[in-house]
Write a protein that binds this ligand. Structure first.
Ligand SMILES: [Cu+2]
Length: 225
């Protein structure tokens, strides 16, 4: 092969490698393909509050990433737990949310995430007791947050101690905390929600994997009129 030919081959291979690296980084940073959208728009009479029930688990125990932390949602029609974090909700409607928290927690890196913000009364309940902020240096710490940044909503999800549930959906015989809070949906649009606790063990700064993949630690509120 001529010198020019060899140079072209080396340059070509180099470009292929660069391309692969760019592709791999983009694939790591891009959320996975969204799954289904769970519809909450016709589960109640117009104007009545929507009941939205989720659970957070330390390891989902099935699917492509059984060891990943995840949210699951209770399908309002079938009553079954499903692994979808995109929810269609009616606009300008009160959402009564219940979170069954089955994961352990730890002290927060940013104490701000211990505040309850943007919910009705800027408060939530933890096992029946009202609270407005949680000191993550006490008790079970905080495992996750449920946050909708564009609506300034954030709720700390208090961690449990003891033998955690390993396969979702988890049931009441595993240690859990129950939190409730309400918020009002805005006008129609798409609103991201996500957890802000770097809870993806084994990933860079805890923010890869489940933290950056749809249907695990984040999703969408599809608000419709
Ligand atoms: Cu999380």
């Amino acid at each position: 092969m001529s010198k020019g030919g060899r140079l072209t081959t080396v340059l070509g291979l180099f470009l292929v490698v660069v391309g692969l690296v760019v592709w791999a980084v983009a694939a790591l940073l891009t959320p996975g393909v969204p799954g289904g959208v769970v519809n909450f728009t016709n589960t109640q009479a117009t104007g009545q509050p929507v009941h939205l029930t989720v659970q957070t688990v330390g390891s989902i125990g099935f699917g492509a990433h059984p060891s990943w932390v995840s949210y699951l949602v209770k399908d309002p029609k079938s009553g079954k737990w499903v692994h979808d974090t995109s929810w269609e909700l009616p606009a300008h409607t009160l959402i009564d949310m219940t979170v069954y928290q089955y994961d352990s927690g730890s002290p927060l890196r940013n104490q701000e995430w211990g505040q309850v913000m943007g919910t009705v009364g800027d408060s939530a309940t933890l096992n029946g007791t009202n609270f407005t902020s949680y000191n993550s240096n006490t008790g079970g710490g905080v495992g996750h947050t449920f946050a909708i940044p564009t609506l300034n909503i954030s709720v700390p999800l208090v961690g449990v101690s003891g033998n955690p549930c390993a396969v979702a959906p988890c049931h009441f015989n595993s240690p859990h905390n129950i939190e409730t809070f309400s918020f009002k949906t805005p006008g129609a649009g798409s609103y991201n929600w996500q957890c802000f606790v770097p809870c993806a063990l084994g990933y860079l700064f805890g923010n890869g994997g489940a933290m950056s993949t749809q249907n695990y630690m984040g999703g969408e509120l599809e608000v419709v009129n």
